[in-house]
Design a protein around this ligand. Structure first.
Ligand code: PLP
Length: 386
């Protein structure tokens, strides 16, 4: 029998929770350098608490939350230049966004092969296993993006979808989406864009004058896009949105629902809190396009600064950063990751690129980079990396 002591007064329980919480690294500390999630914007915290006890899965009981859902989806549709025929669905993040999109692709094509870049997030492994689909990975070019000539060789009668990435997990790279979209449009192939990370970066890079590929519905060939508010959307965990070019496709993943106030329910989850949605909605209204542009500008400036500092201590990068993601080449990245963690800094190892990943999220400032670089330098000297 597992022994579990439940007893505790209100204060005891809260104090225990505070002790557990103190063990967490926490984004606000600035010591988490490897995660794509963010310290939520302050308005996200307040908004989350107001909607703590709401259920988006039961819209008849929570019509106010439902209204926010509609408004937030409209914001994302406009951000991604989605056509008026489009529709959206709130998800818990990038994994659910990708699963939902592939579920739709499977339903409308009745096929089961997914062509993905080698850089695709591991959620596609889950998709293959869950839905009995087959992944057909495509090699990357020397620029670490999907090789379009290889995509064409992988297409068969059984292709359900091609996936391209707008902000890869390892390097923040963008696949050549305009070219891929043109091909998919010609061949009538479902194209899903995984913009979990880049969806809240690329639109603002364009506004800031950066020369990066377009990735959204402005191109006819794009069928769906998933985007995460809990990454560069500056919102609280867990919130993402998946937008489909045709709203009617959402019917393909809807079932009749009894015992709740709506007749039909779409998507994977049932009961789900309106808290993360309210948080994301609040941040989007408070920041607006101009605010997000400034956030991305600051992240890019920090990234540039971090890249210079990393090079100045004798280390090099796997590739020039396209967005606010850096991969530092190392002989033994796991050892460096472990040593940095012992000193209170959390980075992520990317084994296949023999590197550690640093993501300059909004809470990572130049001052934090200034604190980190001497620690990285000392660690790398101790481990004979430099
Ligand atoms: N897609 C990409 C490109 C990602 O980088 C990630 C996570 O980092 C995901 C999907 C999965 O997102 P989540 O962890 O929110 O499910």
């Amino acid at each position: 029998m597992v022994h579990y002591d439940l007893n505790g007064t209100f204060d005891e329980v809260i104090n225990d929770l505070k002790r557990y919480h103190a063990k967490d690294f926490g984004f606000q500390s600035g010591r988490i350098l490897g995660s794509m999630c963010t310290a939520p914007h302050p308005i996200a915290r307040d908004a989350y608490m107001i909607f703590l006890d709401t259920n988006l899965g039961d819209p008849g009981l929570f019509p106010g939350s439902k209204q926010i859902e509609k408004q937030y989806i409209s914001f994302i549709q406009s951000l991604l230049h989605a056509p008026s025929s489009s529709g959206g669905h709130i998800v818990s993040g990038g994994t659910e966004g990708n699963i939902t999109a592939m579920w739709v692709a499977k339903q409308i094509t009745q096929n089961n092969e997914i062509i993905i870049p080698n850089s695709a997030h591991f959620s596609f492994q889950k998709i293959a296993s869950l839905m009995g689909m087959r992944l057909k990975p495509v090699q990357l070019t020397r620029m670490f993006t999907m090789d379009v000539s290889q995509i064409k060789k992988k297409v068969t009668q059984n292709t359900a979808a091609i996936v391209a990435i707008a902000g890869s997990t390892d390097l923040g790279n963008i696949d050549p989406i305009p070219e891929i979209a043109e091909f998919c449009d010609d061949q009538h192939i479902f194209l899903h864009i995984d913009a979990a990370f880049g969806g809240f970066v690329i639109p603002f890079l364009h506004l800031l004058g950066y020369n990066v590929p377009t990735f959204d519905f402005a191109q006819d060939g794009v069928s769906s896009i998933s985007i995460d508010a809990h990454k560069m959307g500056y919102a609280a965990i867990s919130l993402g949105v998946v937008i489909f070019k045709e709203k009617t496709w959402i019917d393909e993943i809807s079932v009749l629902s009894q015992c709740i106030s709506s007749k039909k329910q779409a998507g994977i989850l049932g009961t789900r809190s309106g808290g993360p949605l309210a948080a994301a909605y609040a941040v989007s209204r408070y920041l607006g396009i101009e605010g997000y542009k400034q956030v991305v500008q600051a992240c890019m400036q920090t990234t540039k600064y971090a890249a210079e500092q990393i090079k100045s201590i004798g280390l090099s990068l796997v590739a020039d950063p396209v967005m606010n993601v850096l991969a530092v080449k190392l002989k033994n990245p796991s050892q460096v990751e472990k040593a940095l963690a012992e000193k209170g800094w959390k980075v992520n190892t990317i084994h296949h690129l023999s590197s550690i990943r640093i993501v300059c999220m909004p809470q990572i400032t130049k001052a934090i980079i200034d604190e980190f670089i001497p620690v990285l330098q000392k660690t790398c000297q101790e481990l004979k990396e430099i």
